[in-house]
Structures are given as structure tokens and as C-alpha cells.
Design a protein around this ligand. Sequence first.
Ligand code: SF4
Length: 265
Amino acid sequence: LLRTDRLPHVWCPGCGIGIVLNAFLRAFIRSKMDPNKLVVVSGIGCTGRAAGYVNVDSFHTTHGRGIPFAVGIKFARPDLNVVVFSGDGDLFAIGGNHFVNAARRNHDLLIIAVNNFTYGMTGGQHGPTTPTGAYTTTTPYGNPDRPFNIPHLAISLGAPYVARWTTYHVNQIQNSIYHALHKKGFRVIEIISQCPTVYGRRNDMKTPLEMMHYFQKNSVRKDDASFEELELSYNGKIVVGVFRDVQGIPTYEERYEDIIRRARK
Ligand code: SF4
């Protein structure tokens, strides 16, 4: 499943994106699903490069537009498993409106959102998930914004599967993706990841290994977490888990099919 002809990859040593891509590929192989029925779509940014390393039909699209491309693909070919694999800036800033509307419609897409708190590729600007007080190239004295609470945003829009992990949780990421691949609707998996090159260095997060130790020590699993607990840093802890897993909510594609069927009668 990996495009070995494109190696070595472009990511910096110690970046967390490779861990997530590895977990995704392993989960997909474990699912025994047909690779000819898998499409990986990504936007622009460090995570957006992931689509180029997956040896299936993949689309490296324009900035923030991974979800609209994916919606179109799913509409044209409802038999395909469409996965959007992209980063926090791409999905929640430039693509934020697409995320919100695709979630409320319950499009049948799996969203793998790698959240490293910054625009890594363009030099470390602050973005919609940068923690309050964090140092970036555009917030040299600290970020005054509040970050998105991604799981809560997805849950409030009715997404049927919502989870969060960190790159420390390799097995959990893999299991979560495996289970989400078998479900329907707008499934969202946020993965907190280290960007040692531009974000970690500015925020004194030391080496990639130490950053993963930080995730290990400062994360706690709580599947029934409240809104406050799902904030990025709740009492200094990153709350991880599967926060929503419900079945039977009709997808947009199913509702659309139903409307067309009834209109034709
Ligand atoms: Fe990873 Fe950051 Fe390097 Fe981008 S800039 S590849 S996110 S470490």
C-alpha cells in the first residue's frame, strides 16, 4: 500500500505524521478491504503530502478543499471508501466551513485529522488549533486565541464516530481507524501529533521522543468526557478516547438516494 518509489519521504525526522500514516496503512491492511475501493484525499500542508505515499487512487487537492473533493468522489462512486487525511490548518481554518457542513450533512467520509497545532509547512504560523499562550512565528509573545475543541465540534454537528488520540497511542490509532473504516457516516479521528521542527522548538518541547513521553504522561483516556474535558488541555491533560460511536444515522448519500427513488415513483 505504500508508494516506496516515492521514498525517502518529505517529513522531518521525528515528525508524527509518519506514525499516523503507518497506523492507517496497517489498519487498512487488517481490514482486508479492497484497495481498489479505497480513495485517499488530502489538502495542502505537511499532512497533505500523505496522499502521495498511498498506493491507491489518491488526490492531493487544493488548500482546505479535501472535503469537497471527497464529497464529489463519494457522490460519483458511492461504492468507494473515501478517506480524507489532512492537517489542522487545512481542515479547520481554510477548510473549516467544509468540515462543518459535511459533518452536519453526515457525508459518508472518514476524516483523519492530524493536529500538530501549527502550519508546519509554511514555517510555523499559528492556526485554529494552536493552544492559548503558545509561541509561533505569528504569535511571538504567545497566542491569545482559544483553539478549536475538535471532538466537541464534530459531536455537536452529529458526527456518528468521534475519537482523539496522540501519536503515542499507536495501537489505539490503528484500532480506531480499523473500526471507523467499517462504519458509515462522517467519522472523525483527531490525532495530536508532534511537529518538532517548527512548533516543538519554539515551545521548548525538546526532542520528538520527549514530546511523545509528554503525550504518554499527560494524556488520559475518558470516553465519556464532558465538553470542558475535551478542551485541548484540561487541567494540563489531553483527554483521549472514543467519544461517540453510534450507528444507524442515515448518511447524506443514503438520504439523497431515497429522495431520488421517491421522486421517480
Ligand atoms: Fe512534520 Fe513539522 Fe516537519 Fe511539517 S514541519 S514535516 S509537521 S516536523
